[in-house]
Design a binder for this molecule. Structure first.
Ligand SMILES: Cc1cc2nc3c(=O)[nH]c(=O)nc-3n(C[C@H](O)[C@H](O)[C@H](O)COP(=O)(O)O)c2cc1C
Length: 167
């Protein structure tokens, strides 16, 4: 099982409707690939964490790299992980404030890979990312829920991976 984290800049004028369509088609592809993860958006920048089997993850990442909806991609970490951190979510789009997203970009993501080894520190960047979701949202039993975003009043969609492949 592998994981990748990157940050990028949304193209100017990325409409909420285009973002919703993007998340919907992305999560559908992720379900097929057995990839799960989270996408943070502050209205301008993205931070995405994806995890899954190496080959399938590479396919998803290739689609992300080829997307015309963002640019200035900056890979923050990549490596092997022991367990999925977002087993239930094909792609969870969550709003973030610019300071929160910036802080996550500047966090030490190397622990994502190091956490495989004994002695890894707790309270890593990935834990902070997970903390942004909270148990309430993770427990929602619906396939697709809409959240009112605090930034720009946008609506974010979360797609739950119902048929989680056993990888
Ligand atoms: C921020 C961002 C995150 C994305 N995440 C995924 C993803 O998790 N899985 C996937 O298959 N594609 C992902 N994509 C690629 C989109 O599916 C792709 O943008 C879509 O097919 C439309 O292409 P376009 O952005 O060039 O119009 C992502 C694209 C962006 C900009």
């Amino acid at each position: 099982m592998n994981a990748i984290v990157y940050a990028s800049q949304a193209v100017t004028g990325l409409e909420p409707a285009r973002l919703q369509a993007l998340v919907r088609s992305s999560s559908e592809f992720n379900v097929r690939m057995g990839v799960t993860g989270m996408l943070l958006h502050d209205g301008q920048r993205f931070l995405q964490y994806i995890e899954g089997p190496e080959r399938e993850l590479r396919q998803v990442y290739a689609r992300i790299c080829a997307s015309s909806s963002h640019h200035e991609m900056m890979e923050l970490a990549r490596g092997q992980i022991d367990v999925r951190r977002f087993p239930d979510w094909a792609l969870y789009l969550a709003p973030a404030t610019p300071p929160v997203l910036r802080e996550l970009v500047l966090s030490d993501w190397s622990a994502l890979v190091r956490s495989r080894h004994v002695g890894a520190r707790a309270g890593t960047a990935i834990d902070r990312l997970i903390g942004l979701i909270g148990n309430e949202a993770m427990a929602l039993p619906v396939e697709r829920i809409s959240l009112k975003s605090p930034c720009h009043g946008r609506v974010a969609f979360c797609s739950r991976l119902l048929d989680s492949p056993n990888v």
